[in-house]
Design a protein around this ligand. Structure first.
Ligand SMILES: Nc1ncnc2c1ncn2[C@@H]1O[C@H](COP(=O)(O)OP(=O)(O)OP(=O)(O)O)[C@@H](O)[C@H]1O
Ligand SMILES: [Mg+2]
Length: 881
């Protein structure tokens, strides 16, 4: 036989076996592969789906749909569970086998997990399931609904990915972010598991048809799309079968959680629609699995209620949310000012320009040690000494000043050079290091054929272009063409067979490399800041790019790709690049500005160190300004809750004596076995020294207590003033009290910022509490600091004790704002201290509205009516009429 014919018959056999493994009947599959012009799997499936063959069995139930085909090259779209069975029995599906061997439904039988472990090693390369994954799968196998609460990076995705591989049915995953869906589809593609996503980001309409025909094992859907495809899902459930509905990032369901998405609340229909009694043709009820890493108790309850999960039968699987390798710290910065960037980001600039050190080297970076970690007792002492010596700005001595950085005067060419320098460095280092498959770290150049090389170079070229913000705003159509159309469509296809991607993924998983280098994510509150910070990094010679929802899709795709390839050093992102992103070696997560909640903060910080290696999570916040970034769509009730969440953030940022990890865990209702994580800034440096603030506490309480309780003529007088102001439900009673204290000069050298912090500390000690508003409710939204406090019984007792014996005292660890108030006393204006920020959409709207009104031309002043004038006016009127 000639060679060409042999090759053709071999490839036909391969095609046939692929079609059989996908569930097509042997007769139609044979017909497809023997038809002329059909050379690839894609052609064959197109042929079958177009209804060109007569189906014989119910298993080939795709014949009714006629989608245009776009099948991932190099692997079958469906890799059913037949792969798990080496026994060669083709007649049964895995689902049937499970039933036959009575594993299914019998939660005591651990035979289930033998099969699972096969799949694990085959597809994922893991040796065993984690206990919580086991629990979740067990619930699924028993058709139970399940709520999984496990730490970021713990492996929740596996809980819903495995059911697709074990049954050959489809798993529908509801996911909130396009970036997250990209991420997961890419990862599954690398592992040879077919997956796609549907939603606004999906440019190829045929993907939806294929998905509804059952061609993908795992289908990601955004919540907005689900109602539209519910009828197709019903068909899918009855034909190929749906193994599970997974609701990833389930906290989005709850309006008490962060990132609330109203469309998530409609998901309860899944419970109703996919019941056996409601859907004839459905053999088993389809279980629902909700998963999240960031849900407080009240959010958990809300998730279950919203999804109509039965509290009696739903399995709640819970693990610790603690991430022991994450080092949390807080730094003060005027984050809104670009002039702060050089100082604040010196940590990252040093990290990347000094070469990638091990994390121990990173923590030796001088910028970290010289930064003012709030809570660092020695720092506090040092700063005070500096102030005493009138060297306020010596504090920044070890940091590069803005002027110095401006002098550097970077051009876009420098950006390119900077990138190249790093590459060269990598190349030198990479010569000794080889990946497991023998290819080098530099994208596996040896294994490339010419076309792949060209594409690699094209990508490199794009990376370089992609470094300027101006370029990033353009959606380069030509470039997208070159990469195979829109990324959303192509992410599956590109990654599977591309050695460049394979090599890179292996490289990034290599622990030795991961310790040495890793990308960073800087989270900023606004899109504008994302661009300006990214621009700063680019100018400083780093490979950085902004990421937010309003940027061109092509750009977002590139950033995403390069981030995963490891060729992007810093992604400056809004919350659009947060949840679920799984890159093992992210070494720095920097929050540049207050987050909206601790949930959001912990979620985003959870992108760091997913390989278990030490990583930094730094929060830069302006502790002199109250956090005010509230979600834009909210009702009054949600606003109150959002303010409560901001309050928690604020307290986390200002705290100087509580372990950061512990504070975060307690927020989620968990207690660490020990009270200290030992690595956060507070644990590692200790709290600032205790200060005796007895006199300040006494004066404050006396000022705020009723006039009858006051002692001494002057205090009584203050009290009366304050009492009068408070009686009208005054929102500013506390402020007035402080002004009174300042006026009489009883406590010198304390500004409003210090008093704001001190009031909070006194309230936390139980001596003050916010009075319920008298009369009409406050016009403005309540912000997290004392407004109209009243002295509690404990506070009164403190005053009485002081009066009687004078022996009680009030010692506290000063909090962040109190420390900062002493460091920068002259810089603080009243407006900053008490006002609310432009970051809050509500405040911004109000202020802009006020500005508009004030921009109207001023009314002309009424002229006095002199006799002459009035005559003149009458004359004019007459003329007009
Ligand atoms: N059984 C396992 N053994 C070893 N590694 C695992 C196991 N399960 C999952 N992983 C790995 O853990 C990493 C994180 O997984 P995954 O993205 O599912 O985390 P997650 O819990 O969904 O996190 P997040 O809450 O941030 O979305 C992945 O890289 C995955 O490969
Ligand atoms: Mg996840």
């Amino acid at each position: 036989m000639d060679d060409g014919l042999v090759a053709a018959s071999v490839s036909r056999d391969g095609l046939l076996s692929e079609l059989l493994s996908m569930g097509f009947d042997i007769s139609v599959a044979t017909e497809a592969v023997t038809t002329q012009d059909i050379a690839t799997l894609a052609d064959a499936i197109e042929f079958l789906l177009a209804g060109n063959s007569q189906p014989v069995t119910a298993s080939t139930s795709f014949q009714n749909s006629k989608p245009t085909l776009h099948v991932p090259a190099g692997h079958g779209p469906i890799k059913p569970a037949t792969r798990l069975h080496a026994d060669g029995c083709k007649a049964e599906t895995i689902d049937e086998k499970w039933r036959a061997c009575s594993v299914y439904g019998n939660e005591a039988d651990d035979g289930l997990f033998d099969k699972v472990e096969n799949a694990l090693s085959k597809y994922f390369g893991f040796s065993r399931l984690k206990p919580f994954q086991m629990e979740a799968l067990r619930a699924w196998a028993n058709h139970q609904d399940c709520l999984v609460l496990a730490a970021t990076g713990s492996g929740k995705s596996l809980c819903f990915q495995l059911p697709a591989l074990l049954t050959g049915k489809v798993v529908i995953v509801v996911s909130p972010l396009i970036s997250l869906m990209h991420d997961q589809c890419q990862q599954l593609s690398r592992r040879g598991i077919s997956a796609c996503f549907l939603g606004s980001g999906q440019g190829d309409k045929s993907v939806e048809k294929k998905a509804m025909a059952g061609m993908y094992s795992i289908v990601y859907v955004c919540p907005e799309t689900l109602p539209r495809i519910i009828h197709s899902l019903k068909e899918l459930a009855c034909k190929r079968g749906i193994a599970l509905f997974a609701i990833d990032e389930a906290h989005c369901i709850s309006k008490w959680g962060h990132d609330f998405r109203p469309d998530y609340r409609r998901l309860s229909t899944l419970r109703e629609v996919f019941k056996i009694q409601n859907l004839p043709g459905l053999k088993d009820p389809v279980p629902v699995m909700a998963l999240t890493a960031t849900a407080t108790d009240c959010v958990q309850m809300d998730i279950m209620k919203s999804l109509k999960m039965d509290t009696g039968t739903t399995r709640v699987v819970r693990t610790t949310l603690f991430r022991p390798n994450l080092r949390f710290s807080v730094l003060h910065s005027k984050t809104c000012r670009p002039s702060s960037y050089p100082e604040d980001f010196k940590i990252l600039l040093d990290y990347y320009t000094c070469g990638f050190g091990s994390s121990s080297q990173v923590s030796k970076c001088p910028s970290i040690n010289t930064s003012c970690f709030i809570g660092n007792g020695s720092n506090l002492k040092l700063e005070k000494e500096k102030i005493r010596g009138d060297q306020k700005y010596a504090y920044w001595a070890n940091r590069k000043t803005s002027a110095e950085v401006d002098e550097m005067n970077f051009e876009s060419g420098d950006i390119y050079m900077g990138a190249r320098q790093n590459e060269d460095q990598d190349e030198e280092e990479g010569e000794e290091e080889e990946d497991e498959d023998g290819s080098s770290d530099k994208g596996g150049n040896e294994d490339f054929d010419e076309s792949q090389k060209a594409r690699y170079l094209a990508l490199k070229d794009d990376e370089e272009k992609g470094l300027t913000v101006d370029f990033l705003e353009d959606d380069d159509e030509d470039e997208m063409e070159r990469l195979g159309g829109d990324f959303e469509v192509a992410c599956n296809e590109i990654l599977v067979d591309d050695p460049m991607f394979k090599n890179r993924s292996i490289q990034s998983r290599s622990p030795s490399r991961a310790v040495e280098e890793g990308p960073s994510i800087v989270y900023v509150p606004t899109r504008k800041e994302a661009e300006s910070v990214a621009k700063f990094f680019c100018k400083s010679g780093l490979k950085a790019a902004p990421y937010h929802a309003k940027l061109a899709k092509g750009h977002l795709r590139r950033v995403h790709e390069q981030f995963h390839l490891g060729t992007m050093q810093v992604v400056v992102a809004t919350i659009a690049f947060g949840m679920g992103i799984d890159k093992p070696d992210v070494r720095h997560i920097i929050h540049y500005g207050w987050p909206q909640s601790l949930e959001a903060y912990y979620q985003e910080a959870g992108r760091a160190g997913r390989d278990g290696l030490p990583s930094e999570c730094i929060l830069y916040c302006d502790i002199t300004t109250l956090p005010s970034l509230l979600p834009s769509r909210r009702d009054q009730e949600q606003t109150q809750h959002a303010l409560h969440m901001l309050d928690q953030c604020f307290r986390y940022g200002l705290s100087t004596n509580k372990c950061r990890a512990n504070t975060l865990l307690q927020y989620f209702g968990e207690d660490l076995a020990t009270t200290r994580c030992e690595i956060c800034d507070v644990c590692s440096t200790g709290p600032p020294p205790l200060e005796n603030l007895t006199m300040e506490a006494e004066i404050l309480l006396m000022q705020l207590s009723s006039p009858t309780e006051n002692h001494g003529p002057s205090n009584s007088q203050h009290g009366i003033v304050n009492q009068r102001k408070r009686r009208a439900g005054n929102e500013r009673a506390y402020r007035h009290a402080i002004e009174e204290i300042a006026k009489y000069g009883e406590v010198p050298q304390r500004n409003c910022l210090w008093w704001r912090g001190f009031g909070r500390v006194v309230a936390d000690a139980g001596y003050l509490k916010e009075a319920s508003p008298v009369g009409r409710p406050p016009r403005k939204l309540i912000v997290p600091h004392l407004r109209n406090p009243e002295v509690t019984a404990d506070g009164q007792k403190f005053l009485d004790d002081r009066r009687r014996e004078g022996s009680v005292s009030f010692w506290v660890h000063p909090e962040g704002d109190m420390i900062q108030a002493l460091l920068e006393p002259s810089r603080l204006s009243r407006a900053q201290e008490w006002g609310r920020g432009w970051g809050d959409p509500e405040v911004r709207k109000q202020r802009l509205a006020r500005k508009k009104i004030s921009r109207r031309p001023p009314r002309q002043k009424r002229q006095r009516r002199s006799r002459d004038n009035s005559r003149g006016r009458q004359k004019t009127r007459r003329v007009c009429a």
